[in-house]
Write a protein that binds this ligand. Structure first.
Ligand SMILES: [Zn+2]
Length: 151
């Protein structure tokens, strides 16, 4: 197996989001919600995009009449049919696996992220554990592999 440039490892990520759930005027949730990404406790995409700002205003000020753009449809009503729950900061955690990187040839590093991984420099193929595979023209013959098992 070629030299390992980077061993695979798991990275834990955490995302925070300020979330509002929508409830209809009769108090039942309508399934809708708004989320605003946070970074270090502050709104991440600041200043907010016009549409996001409008949504945030509607969550915070239920009676606000927000008119940020011209409506083509004259019958469009600005009255909200829903109110928002109190905002809540929700944390999302996950893990991402960074794949192993091997040194194939002088100019080619290969990330072992797939079943078959091809060196962009010389075209050599490796399996997910870094074993060099037989050249492609031999696939399906001597190796007994069928193309449908490769991808
Ligand atoms: Zn190579």
């Amino acid at each position: 197996m070629p030299r390992v440039v980077r061993k695979s490892y798991w990275e834990t990520w955490t995302d925070e989001c300020l979330e509002f759930r929508r409830i209809q005027k009769d108090g039942t949730p309508d399934g809708g919600w708004f989320g605003f990404d946070l970074k270090d406790g502050e709104l991440k995409d600041w200043p907010l995009h016009e549409v996001a700002l409008e949504n945030l205003l509607r969550c915070l000020v239920p009676d606000a009449v927000v008119c940020a753009r011209d409506w083509d449809d004259e019958s469009e009503s600005f009255e909200q049919s829903w109110v928002a729950t109190k905002g809540r900061i929700k944390e999302y955690r996950g893990q991402y696996r960074w794949p192993t990187i091997i040194q194939c040839c002088e100019n080619g590093q290969v990330e072992l992220s797939n079943f078959t991984n091809t060196c962009r420099s010389c075209g050599a193929d490796y399996n997910s554990s870094g074993q060099l595979l037989a050249p492609r023209h031999m696939w399906g013959e001597e190796t007994g592999e069928h193309w449908s098992e490769i991808y």
